[in-house]
Design a protein around this ligand. Structure first.
Ligand SMILES: [Ca+2]
Ligand SMILES: [Ca+2]
Length: 523
C-alpha cells in the first residue's frame, strides 16, 4: 500500500515538473512575440482565394508563388495572418472537394512552393492558416473510390451508408446511389453527401478515419509549419441529434494538435447564431466566425443608424465567455460565400469605409476578404464573388489572373491597387491606417468593450480597455456631420489619437464629428 502511495506521489511530481516546463516554454514564446507586438491569433487576417490572386506562370490562374510575390503588398497593408482557401488537389475550381489532403493542386504549384511561402511569410511576421475541408471528401478521393467497392473494403466505413428507405424519404437531397461506369444507379445502399453527390460525408465514428484526419492536421502543423486551420462546415460533422459527438471530436482534434504545436489557431465556419457557436468553443475550436455580427455591421453602415450593434457584441462575448474564458471572436464583413460588402452597400465607398472602421475597432480577430481593401464588388453566383484581384489598369500588371471573365470588378469599375497605393483618400489607405493603429494598440487588439452613454442615433460609440490603455471610439455612420455632447465620463477622453477625417472640433464638452468619420480618443 505504502509503495503504491509513494509511486503515486512520484508520478504527481513528475507530471507537475513536465507541466511547468511546458508552461515555461509557452510563456517564453509568448513574451517574445508580445515584445515584437505580435498577438497572434489576436490580429488582422486576410482571406485569399489563390486562384484569383496573383499568377506567376501566365496561365491566368493564381498560384502559391503569386502569394509569395504579394507578401510585401500584404505587409504594407499591415496584414498579420493569411487564411488560404483550399489549396489541395481537387476536381473543382473552388477546391472544397478534395482528393489528396497532403498535396498542393498542380495549378497552384508544389509543396516546395508552399514551404517557401510559409518561410517567407514568417520572415515578415505573417502567420499562415489553411482551409481544412474534412466534413467530406471529393467522390474522386481514393478513399471513396475504395469504399465504393463494397462492405468488405477497409475504407467502406470511412463514409456514411444506409439502406433505410425511411431516412431516404426524410432527407432526399442528402442520400445518393453509387453509379456504375455506364451511369446506372447501383441500388444496394445509399451514401450520405450533405452538400451534393460529389462530396460524400466522412464517418467520424470510425476510429481509423479519425486517426487519418489527425495525422493530416499534424502534417501541416508540424512538417509544413503552418500556424492553424480554418475549419470548413463544422456544423455538419454529425447530425443535429448527435451534436455532442461533434463538440467532442473537435476537443479531441484540439488536444492532438496541441501536442505538436503551441500557439496554433483554429477558426471554424459554424454558420449559425451565437448559441450555436458557443458550445464548440469549450476546450475546442478557438473561434467561430461571427456571422450575426457581420450582418449587423453591414446593416448599421447601410441604414446609417445605431442598430444596437455594441449591445449585441457585448451579449455575444459574455455568452462565449461563459463557455470558454479564452475564447476568440472571428469578426468579418463578408467572405467567399456571400455577396461582397461593397455590393451590399450599393457601391458606396463612404459606407464601405464606415463598415471597415467598425470592423477594425471592435474586439476580436478581424478577417478581411481579398479585394475588400480596394472596394471590389460581387454578387452571387459564387464565381462572381471570387473574381480576379485588380492590380492595375487594363491588366498591365503581369500577374493579373484571368481564369474567368469578371462581371463586377474590372479596372473600369474598381480603382486598381496601383492607383490606390499613393492616394491618401483611397479605401486601401483607409484600411491601412486603421490596421496600423489597431496593431499598435493593446486596447484595440486585446481589450474588452463597454458601451457609452452618448446619445446620437447616427453615431456608434464604445470604450475599449486593456491594462492602462483606455480608448473611446466614435463612428459617425451618416453623411452629415454629427454633434455629440460628452457625458462626465466621456469628457475625460480628451486626447484625439486617431481620426479618418480632418476638421474635428472639440468645444467644451461637445464634439463635432465630420460625416462618416471614425475618431479615437484617449484618456
Ligand atoms: Ca499560374
Ligand atoms: Ca457530415
Amino acid at each position: 500500500m505504502q509503495k503504491k502511495i509513494f509511486f503515486l506521489i512520484f508520478l504527481t511530481i513528475l507530471f507537475l515538473n513536465i507541466y511547468s516546463q511546458n508552461n515555461e516554454i509557452i510563456k517564453k514564446q509568448d513574451t517574445n512575440s508580445l515584445i515584437k507586438g505580435i498577438f497572434y491569433p489576436n490580429c488582422v487576417f486576410y482571406e485569399i482565394f489563390v486562384q484569383s490572386f496573383y499568377d506567376t506562370n501566365n496561365d491566368g490562374i493564381g498560384d502559391i508563388k503569386g502569394v509569395v510575390k504579394k507578401l510585401d503588398y500584404l505587409s504594407n497593408l499591415g496584414i498579420q495572418a493569411i487564411w488560404l482557401m483550399p489549396i489541395n488537389p481537387s476536381p473543382s475550381y473552388h477546391k472544397y472537394d478534395i482528393t489528396d489532403y497532403c498535396n498542393i493542386h498542380p495549378d497552384y504549384g508544389t509543396i516546395n512552393d508552399f514551404k517557401t511561402l510559409v518561410k517567407e511569410a514568417h520572415k515578415r511576421d505573417i502567420k499562415i492558416i489553411i482551409d481544412l475541408v474534412v466534413n467530406h471528401t471529393s467522390s474522386n478521393h481514393p478513399w471513396f473510390v475504395e469504399a465504393s467497392k463494397g462492405k468488405g473494403n477497409k475504407y467502406h466505413d470511412y463514409y456514411v451508408w444506409s439502406t433505410d428507405k425511411a431516412i431516404f424519404s426524410k432527407e432526399p437531397y442528402h442520400w445518393h446511389f453509387l453509379k456504375d461506369s455506364l451511369g446506372n444507379e447501383i441500388r444496394d445502399e445509399k451514401y450520405y453527401g450533405f452538400f451534393w453527390h460529389g462530396m460524400p460525408d466522412l464517418n467520424y465514428d470510425n476510429e481509423e478515419l479519425r486517426k487519418e484526419i489527425i495525422n493530416i492536421g499534424k502534417f501541416w502543423l508540424k512538417d509544413i509549419n503552418i500556424d492553424g486551420f480554418r475549419l470548413d462546415a463544422v456544423r455538419f460533422f454529425y447530425p443535429e441529434e448527435e451534436i455532442k459527438k461533434n463538440y467532442r471530436w473537435w476537443q479531441q482534434f484540439r488536444r492532438e494538435m496541441d501536442n505538436v504545436k503551441t500557439n496554433f489557431f483554429m477558426v471554424g465556419e459554424i454558420w449559425g447564431e451565437d448559441t450555436v457557436v458557443a458550445p464548440f468553443l469549450t476546450k475546442g475550436i478557438n473561434a467561430g466566425f461571427n456571422f450575426d455580427l457581420s450582418y449587423a455591421i453591414i446593416n448599421a453602415a447601410n441604414k446609417q443608424v445605431d442598430n444596437g450593434l455594441i449591445e449585441k457584441v457585448i451579449k455575444i462575448r459574455s455568452l462565449y465567455k461563459s463557455y470558454e474564458p479564452d475564447f476568440i471572436d472571428a469578426i468579418f464583413l463578408t467572405n467567399h460565400d456571400q455577396d461582397r460588402v461593397m455590393s451590399e452597400l450599393q457601391n458606396n465607398i463612404d459606407k464601405a469605409k464606415v463598415a471597415a472602421s467598425l470592423l477594425l475597432t471592435l474586439p476580436g480577430s478581424p478577417f478581411i476578404y481579398y479585394g475588400e481593401e480596394i472596394g471590389m464588388r460581387g454578387k452571387k453566383p459564387d464565381e462572381l464573388i471570387r473574381e480576379p484581384m485588380i492590380w492595375d489598369y487594363d491588366n498591365k500588371e503581369k500577374g493579373q489572373t484571368y481564369w474567368e471573365e469578371a462581371l463586377y470588378s474590372t479596372s473600369r469599375t474598381i480603382v486598381p491597387v496601383s492607383a490606390q497605393l499613393n492616394d491618401s483618400n483611397s479605401i486601401f489607405n483607409h484600411y491601412k491606417k486603421l490596421i496600423g493603429f489597431r496593431k499598435k494598440s493593446k486596447a484595440l487588439t486585446l481589450g474588452d468593450i463597454k458601451s457609452t452613454d452618448l446619445k446620437n442615433i447616427n453615431v456608434i460609440s464604445f470604450y475599449r480597455e486593456f491594462e492602462n490603455e483606455s480608448l473611446l471610439v466614435i463612428c459617425n455612420l451618416s453623411k452629415k456631420e454629427q454633434i455629440i455632447y460628452l457625458s462626465e465620463l466621456a469628457s475625460k477622453y480628451n486626447k484625439l489619437v486617431f481620426s479618418t477625417k480632418g476638421g474635428v472640433e472639440i468645444i467644451d464638452n461637445k464634439i463635432v464629428v465630420p460625416a462618416y468619420a471614425n475618431l479615437i480618443f484617449k484618456k
